[in-house]
Design a binder for this molecule. Structure first.
Ligand code: RB5
Length: 145
């Protein structure tokens, strides 16, 4: 089960994402926004990030105009490793090496085809662990201070 959300800048792409997830049989909860009326990305990013950090959802996917605002906001939540990815390689590597649990994308930066390839790579790649666990552990330790 994954948590998804967007602001108005990502609303259209989120509709494409829900169609993709339904086609793939991937369960999701849509945290909004539910129209293209202007809204504030932290109002969506924080609830999605908190739900993922609480273990209610395995992953989060957040979309805004650039993906930047969503990633900044989501990364303020303890336990969240949100990755802004606009290429498939980064989406794969952030799962392998960073154990990212939230994917952020910019609807005004990439097209639908690339976006869905990024989503596919992110959702289907596991964390390598090992030395990378030591590194993510250092991030968690800093959060705990
Ligand atoms: C909204 O215009 C835009 O600022 C927002 O979607 C996002 O790109 C912020 O980072």
């Amino acid at each position: 089960m994954i948590a998804i959300g967007s602001d108005h800048g990502g609303f259209s792409l989120k509709k494409e994402l829900t169609a993709y997830l339904e086609k793939k049989g991937i369960e999701y909860k849509d945290f909004g926004t539910h129209s293209d009326a202007s809204c504030d990305y932290p109002d969506v990013a924080i609830p999605v990030a908190e739900a993922v950090a609480a273990g209610e959802y395995r992953f989060g996917i957040l979309i805004c105009g650039t993906g930047i605002g969503m990633s900044i906001a989501a990364n303020k939540v303890k336990g969240i490793r949100a990755a802004l990815c606009h290429d498939v390689y980064s989406a794969k590597m952030t799962r392998l090496h960073n154990d990212a649990n939230v994917l952020c994308c910019g609807a005004r930066v990439i097209g639908l085809g690339l976006f869905l390839e990024i989503v596919e790579a992110f959702l289907s790649t596991g964390f390598e662990g090992g030395r990378h666990s030591v590194r993510t552990g250092k991030i968690s330790a800093r959060e705990a201070e």
